[in-house]
Design a protein around this ligand. Structure first.
Ligand SMILES: [Mn+2]
Length: 336
């Protein structure tokens, strides 16, 4: 397949540009062959991502690229900013709530797209969101991710480099979520966390044990990391969990069964022992939190009950605000 539609990008810094890129996306979707509904959904996603750039980073870039592989054609949307991104702090300090914007937006984006990843940029400032929507032919895609995510990550106060990082990545029919904490904080911790994340991004489809083994190698020349990874299987309604080191996991269960987690001590990159992978059931209404030790473990779902129906992003921000510690990088991911 070849495309006559060319990739386009636009610097986004004001609402007129949001409207412009939205229109470009709609035209491009039409040329690729999306029906009316698909075009509307794509333009909604593009305007959501572009508005988020203005809200969280003032300025960024949206790139639209026609994509194809052997079976499908589609459109890839990338939104990238080099501002504080998810580390955005000031808006909360000022008492201007960020609630209801990012979470609502990304939840919707995730549901409308076939593939969706939130990544931190190499330099750990800024955010990169990459998503794809395929033209639905005879493929088995078209199944949209049933989960919603919220993430919040910031460096230790007065540090520019974040020694923590996270990953949220949809891989055909499953979602990989992880929190990675580079040993210590500052730039060297950031290098370690980055090395781990990059390996995971490129090998997200491997079994968890192999990912841990690979990260142990990939981080050998760094300080090493502690990390927890969770893979949600959409059709089986299960999640697999594996962890080495002190990343905290908490699951809120709408039913009674208690999930089992086995956590290994060690540092990935320093010949960590292999993690023990456990598989548990996931029910509608369940919630999962993963967080680094920059967030206190002394909290319970019960304390945040009043936010249960809010978007995952809002829940992540409330838990962060109530439990963060000043002396370390802090990262939390919420899945619901
Ligand atoms: Mn830490």
């Amino acid at each position: 397949m070849t495309f006559h539609v060319e990739s386009q990008f636009m610097v986004i810094s004001n609402s007129a540009e949001v409207i412009a890129i939205r229109r470009i996306a709609k035209d491009m979707a039409k040329e690729i062959g999306f029906d009316e509904c698909g075009r509307e959904e794509i333009s909604l996603v593009v305007s959501e991502l572009a508005s988020n750039i203005i809200k969280y980073a003032q300025r960024g870039i949206v790139t639209l690229t026609p994509v194809c592989d052997e079976q499908h054609e589609g459109l890839m949307i990338e939104a990238e900013d080099d501002g504080e991104g998810f580390n955005e702090h000031t808006s909360m300090k000022d008492g201007v709530s960020t609630s209801g914007t990012l979470g609502m937006g990304l939840g919707a984006v995730n549901r409308l797209m076939d593939e969706f990843d939130i990544l931190q940029r190499e330099n750990h400032t800024g955010t990169r969101i990459v998503c794809k929507r395929w033209l639905h032919d005879n493929s088995n895609l078209g199944q949209h991710c049933p989960f919603e995510f919220g993430v919040f990550s910031r460096p230790k106060p007065n540090e520019t480099a974040n020694g923590d990082t996270f990953i949220v990545k949809n891989i055909r029919g499953a979602t990989l979520v992880g929190v990675i904490d580079g040993v210590g904080h500052g730039e060297l911790a950031g290098h370690a966390a980055n090395a781990a994340r990059q390996y995971i991004e490129r090998h997200a489809e491997l079994p968890l044990l192999e990912i841990f083994r690979g990260v142990d190698r990939a981080c050998a020349a760094t300080r090493g990391v502690v990390m927890a990874l969770v893979v949600f299987d959409w059709s089986k309604g299960t999640f697999r969990y594996a962890s080495v080191g002190n990343i905290e996991v908490k699951v809120f269960h709408s039913r009674h069964d208690k999930p089992k987690f086995i956590v290994r001590r060690g540092i990935v990159g320093k010949h960590a022992p292999p993690p023990v992978v456990t598989e548990n059931m996931w029910h509608v209404g369940d919630m999962l939190a993963l967080h680094s030790d920059g967030i206190s473990t002394h909290w319970q779902w019960h304390d945040f009950e009043q936010y249960a129906d809010h978007p995952a992003q809002v829940i992540a921000e409330h838990i962060y605000n109530a439990t963060q510690k000043d002396h370390d990088d802090a990262t939390i991911v919420i899945v619901k």
